[in-house]
Write a protein of this length. Structure first.
Length: 294
């Protein structure tokens, strides 16, 4: 087990050093799992598959969960493991809070073409935004952008300098340098370049911001979420979920997690620090994947 951890750490340092365009690096940064893919006829009601064409010609799958009773759309970016179908329960819950949802399946995930990369998932995000504003005709002011874990990088990159309704980041990372330090690879931090620089990009986000982070997250520590919060310049809310880790926010801590999201969707213009949140739900198991940032 210790040997495996050392090998994974070595691969991570190589990833941070080489940058997001190297195919080998991308293999270790993204972990699509296609063991669970639904055909369109088995999707929940008012849920359709949409194929977006990116500016570099890649066709990317997105799931559109329509809520005809509202005029807002939330663009959702998941973590680096599994695929968008694994998030269907969460996506339906998000829709029930009063928003339509467009959930992006990154290139190389599920039914999407191509191979994932940092630059690639940013292109996928732009294509999703263009679809919502163009094809669906939704104004920027009625669009929320939602990113979890590595999805926070696609969300933050997309939200820069846009007059959207709000940005929601769950368990967000700050940058590749900080991730190297968290993994015990501080010696390699100077080699990470500009990989996943959320901490710089957040300064260009004009929209109201919600950050939700578990106090016991050992994969992406809550200190990263706080660092992003401090760097943000606009209206902002930080919601600490006491005792929560990286994978159990929507299960063990579901009531309080979804209340934080619901409150923000209803009133994104309110800015405040929230008190720590305590668990009340029984322990449930989230999906388990082998590497970092699910």
């Amino acid at each position: 087990m210790r040997t495996t951890k050392l090998i994974n750490s070595a691969f991570l340092s190589a990833f941070l050093w080489l940058g997001a365009c190297n195919p080998v690096v991308n293999f270790f940064a993204f972990h699509p799992n296609d063991s669970y893919i639904l055909e369109a006829e088995y999707l929940p009601s008012n849920t359709t598959e949409v194929f977006l064409k990116t500016d570099d010609g890649v066709h990317v799958l997105a799931l559109y969960l329509n809520n005809p009773s509202v005029d807002t759309v939330t663009i959702f970016f998941h973590g680096n493991a599994g695929n968008v179908y694994h998030r269907l329960n969460d996506l339906q819950h998000l829709r029930q809070l009063g928003t339509s949802v467009l959930a992006v399946s990154y290139r190389g995930y599920a039914k999407s073409e191509g191979s994932p990369s940092e630059a690639g998932i940013y292109r996928d995000a732009y294509a999703a935004f263009d679809y919502v504003t163009g094809e669906l005709g939704v104004p920027q002011s009625r669009i929320f952008v939602f990113g979890r874990s590595i999805g926070s990088t696609a969300a933050t990159n997309l939200a820069q300098n846009k007059d959207i309704a709000g940005l929601i980041l769950v368990s967000p990372m700050t940058n590749g340098r900080d991730m190297a330090s968290v993994m015990g690879l501080g010696f390699a931090a100077s080699l990470t370049g500009n990989a996943f620089e959320n901490d710089k990009k957040i300064k260009h986000v004009k929209a109201p911001l919600l950050i939700v982070h578990g106090s016991r997250d050992t994969l992406i520590p809550i200190s990263m979420g706080r660092k992003l919060f401090d760097a943000a310049k606009g209206r902002k809310v930080f919601y600490e979920v006491k005792d929560a880790g990286h994978n159990d926010l929507t299960h063990r801590f579901a009531d309080r997690y979804w209340k934080a999201v619901s409150d923000f969707l209803r009133n994104p213009q309110e800015s405040r620090h929230s008190p720590p949140v305590h668990p009340s739900d029984p322990l449930d198991q989230d999906y388990k994947f082998p590497l970092h940032m699910p």
